[in-house]
Design a protein around this ligand. Structure first.
Ligand code: ZN
Length: 160
């Protein structure tokens, strides 16, 4: 699939705040790596991944079922964070997700991801839950119990 490209091609570097920067690496698919932010909770990274996929779907008008993503461990990096890989889940790859690296698309996607989480009400004000209105999808059933709207929401809010 896409993993062979992960470490080799670096596209736009987008500094959000001085303590946090995001690199979008891309070959066939965008690979997101969040520097200068450390989190060891798998649930956090899955929550962020699935929040972003929803944001990509709504902002870039790609059917959610045509998209997917995974966490990619990056051994040897100083923070221990996985990279997030987003890809077109259609035969042959549609090339849609690559547009994420264009212009300010990624920033808009982050905002769309955040606003979906903010609109949901599961888990109360802290958002200590997830549902099909925010993060859950039939394809991420393997981690439904780990998905946490609040964790992803607080992180995404900190970017703006
Ligand atoms: Zn929800």
């Amino acid at each position: 699939m896409v993993l062979g490209y992960v470490l080799f091609v670096v596209l736009p570097f987008w500094a959000v705040k001085k303590y946090l920067a995001i690199t979008v690496l891309t070959g066939e698919s965008p690979v997101l790596y969040f520097y200068c932010y450390r989190n060891k909770e798998r649930g956090f990274w899955y929550s962020l991944l699935y929040a972003l996929l929803e944001g990509v779907s709504s902002e870039m008008q790609i059917e959610r079922r045509d998209l997917d993503g995974c966490l990619y461990p990056m051994p040897g990096n100083p923070f221990g964070n996985p990279a997030l890989i987003l890809y077109d889940d259609v035969p042959g790859g549609a090339g849609h997700v690559r547009r994420l690296a264009r212009g300010d698309t990624f920033k808009k996607v982050l905002k769309a991801s955040l606003s979906r989480l903010q609109r949901c009400e599961c888990g109360g004000a802290r958002g200590s839950a997830s549902c099909y209105g925010c993060l859950r999808h039939y394809r991420n059933q393997f981690c439904h119990d780990d998905l946490n709207r609040g964790m992803a929401m607080r992180f995404l809010s900190s970017l703006f």
